[in-house]
Design a protein around this ligand. Sequence first.
Ligand SMILES: NC(=O)c1ccc[n+]([C@@H]2O[C@H](COP(=O)([O-])OP(=O)(O)OC[C@H]3O[C@@H](n4cnc5c(N)ncnc54)[C@H](O)[C@@H]3O)[C@@H](O)[C@H]2O)c1
Length: 258
Amino acid sequence: MKATKDKVVLITGGSNGIGAATCEKFVSEGATVIIADRQEPENFVPSTQIHFHCLDVTSESQWLSLFQKIEASFTSLDVLVNAAGIVGDVLNGSLESTTLDEWHRVLAVNLDGTFLGCREAVKLMRKQGSGAIVNLSSVGAYYPTTQSVAYGASKGAVTQLTKSVALFASMGNIPIRCNSVHPGRIETKMLDDILTQKSARATQNNIQNIPTTADRTPMGAKGAPEDVASLIYYLASDEARYITGAEFVADGGWKLLR
Ligand SMILES: NC(=O)c1ccc[n+]([C@@H]2O[C@H](COP(=O)([O-])OP(=O)(O)OC[C@H]3O[C@@H](n4cnc5c(N)ncnc54)[C@H](O)[C@@H]3O)[C@@H](O)[C@H]2O)c1
C-alpha cells in the first residue's frame, strides 16, 4: 500500500471540468499530479506537486514522449485517469447526418485516446508492479441515441475496452485495476456545449425546446464535477483494491427514469 502523498497521478483532460476537479482532489490529498491536455488550465501555476504536459490524446507519438518523460522524471505512475473527451456535433449528430470525418474525430479522442493511455500505462505499471486506471465513459454508453451517434458508440466502446484492460491485467497476474465511471449530467463546458447545440437545433427546426423525461434527473438537474471526482479518487485508491473491470454510475438517479 502506498500513501496518496507518494503517488504520481496522470489525468488527461485535466484542464477543465471533471478532469480538473479530479486533479484538485488528488492535489488536496497530497499526490503529485500531471495534467495532460491539449490546452493549459486557466491561470496555471506549476509547482513540484502539479505539472502540465501538452498532449493531444489522439497522437500516438505524443503519448510515447509523455511516457518517456514520466519514466525519466517521476520514475513511477500510480494512477491514470482518462478524462479527455469531446461530444462532437450534436446539431448534426444523427445517424444520417454524421459524416465519416466527424465519426472519426469523436472516436479518435474518446476511444483511441483512452486505448493509447491504457496501453502505455499498463506497460509502465507492469514494470513497477502496481497501478490503477479509471476511464471516463458515460451513462450514454447504456442507451441508444438519436442525437450523438458517434459519442454514444465511443462511450460504449470505452466501457468494453475497460473490461478488456482489467481482464488482461488480472489474468496475467499484473496488479493493475481498471474501471469505468459513467457520469450523468455534470455541469461542465461539455454539458453547456450539448445544451447550446440542442437549443440551436430546436430554433433551427422552429420547435420549442421542451424538456422530456430524458432531461430529468431525480436528485437535481445537474451534478458538479466534484461529485464525479470523489468517485474517481476512490476507485484509484487502495481502498478499492478488489474492484476491477466494473462500471460506476454517478448520475443523481438519471438512469432510474430510463
Ligand atoms: N459533463 C458531463 O455531463 C459528462 C457526462 C458523461 C460523461 N462525461 C465524460 O467525462 C469526461 C470529461 O468531460 P467534461 O464534462 O469534464 O468535459 P470538458 O469539456 O469540461 O473537459 C474536457 C477536457 O478534455 C480536453 N480534451 C479534449 N480533446 C482533447 C484531446 N484531443 N487531447 C487532450 N485533451 C483533450 C479538453 O481540452 C478539456 O480540458 C469526458 O470523457 C466526457 O465524455 C461528461
